[in-house]
Design a protein around this ligand. Structure first.
Ligand SMILES: CC(C)(COP(=O)(O)OP(=O)(O)OC[C@H]1O[C@@H](n2cnc3c(N)ncnc32)[C@H](O)[C@@H]1OP(=O)(O)O)[C@@H](O)C(=O)NCCC(=O)NCCS
Length: 325
């Protein structure tokens, strides 16, 4: 029988989880072959340290006092406003392998359950790197599998995007104020397969409107960009993207995030997404971005094929689970 105890990590205490995170806290940056190991740890620790200041981070310890699991969760204000009831996300969920890790994941999820009950949470989600112990604990706590996501990245320094590849009649440019409604219309019409659309308990229009809200938030956020594709005088697609500075082992680089892309169904099947992605990569390169990444549902063949054709490679896969209370 595994004797696991769970404690809440407060402020500086996160430093005690350092060794555990190094071995088990795999995230996108740890897998990415381009980012250095020292930089990864610095980034992950900073992220969790900041997170622990305002949200809930707990660790599970075994009888010897070693950390064997970690969970971080929070209420999602944004989703709560949209759905009209409290929504939570488990942003970190790590456990060691074997029966001890399985027991740790279970105990950490019990802590989550109690918190969720006290907060009146009605819906929760978790995205984590596939691991048997965690999957089985999630299923035991009434979570259900939604999708597997692929994280893809492209090195823009070694493999810079080509300019002027757009066929005549097509324009790729930043969106102009006044075009918002046309962009929202594309969001509502696009054949999404992402996690809210894959969850049968969420109505399609609700999921569509959540994406409209995402794009609306992007339009009003100065650090985000929206690039559109214009064809035959109509907006045929858009991409929401952003970039940030990542500090990596004493060095730093700009990482571009291609957050959301959609092509109006009237224009699909003509490879327009490829032009949009490429147009954004060209813009990112000019801003000094050296690495671009994106995440798509692993079943989304049109998006995956487009990205692979553009020289993106898979660096990470994660499973998404949801739960209704
Ligand atoms: C993903 C999306 C933007 C692609 O739009 P598009 O450029 O019109 O895509 P296409 O139909 O031209 O397909 C792209 C490629 O996938 C291939 N493809 C499309 N459907 C396919 C299928 N079912 N099986 C195999 N290949 C397929 C196409 O042949 C094409 O390959 P090619 O470039 O080698 O010719 C569009 O489908 C969309 O808006 N989807 C909803 C939003 C979304 O999922 N966005 C991505 C995540 S944010």
């Amino acid at each position: 029988m595994n004797n696991i105890s769970v404690i809440k990590l407060e402020g500086e205490g996160i430093g005690s989880a350092r060794t555990f995170l190094k071995q088990h806290g795999a995230n996108f940056f740890q897998i990415d072959p381009v980012v250095t190991w020292a930089g990864v740890m610095e980034h992950l620790e900073n992220q969790i340290f900041q997170y622990a200041k305002s949200k809930s981070v707990h660790v599970a310890r075994n009888q010897e006092g070693e950390i064997v699991g970690l969970i971080g969760f929070q209420k999602k204000q944004w989703d709560e406003e949209h759905f009209g009831y409290p929504v939570a996300a488990i942003d970190y969920l790590y456990a060691t392998k074997g029966s001890e890790g399985r027991a740790a994941a279970d105990q950490l999820l019990h802590v989550f359950d109690s918190w969720a009950a006290a907060e009146g949470i009605k819906r929760a989600s978790v995205r984590y790197m596939q691991q048997e112990e965690i999957a089985s604990a999630l299923l035991a706590h009434s979570f259900y599998f939604i999708e597997n996501d692929s994280y893809l990245a492209r090195d823009l320094t070694k493999n810079p995007p080509k300019e002027n590849t757009v066929p005549s009649g097509i324009t790729i440019r930043l969106y102009m104020p006044g075009e918002e409604e046309k962009i929202y219309e594309i969001v509502r019409r696009a054949p999404w397969t992402n996690r809210f659309h894959s969850d049968k308990t969420i109505e399609k229009t609700r999921a569509d409107e959540l994406y409209v809200k995402w794009v609306r938030g992007g339009i009003s956020n100065a650090s985000k960009r929206i690039t559109v594709l214009e064809c035959e005088g109509r907006l045929a697609g858009f991409m929401l993207w952003s970039y940030e500075r990542i500090v990596s082992g004493g060095d730093s680089f700009l990482l571009g995030d291609q957050e959301l892309v959609a092509i109006d169904p009237d224009f699909s099947g003509r490879g327009f997404a490829r032009h949009l992605y490429n147009g954004c990569l060209v813009h990112m390169s000019k801003l000094g971005v050296s690495r671009a990444w994106t995440v798509v549902n692993s079943q989304n063949t049109p998006a995956l094929k487009t990205l692979k054709n553009l020289g993106f490679s898979s660096v990470y896969t994660a499973d998404v689970y949801h739960r209704q209370f």
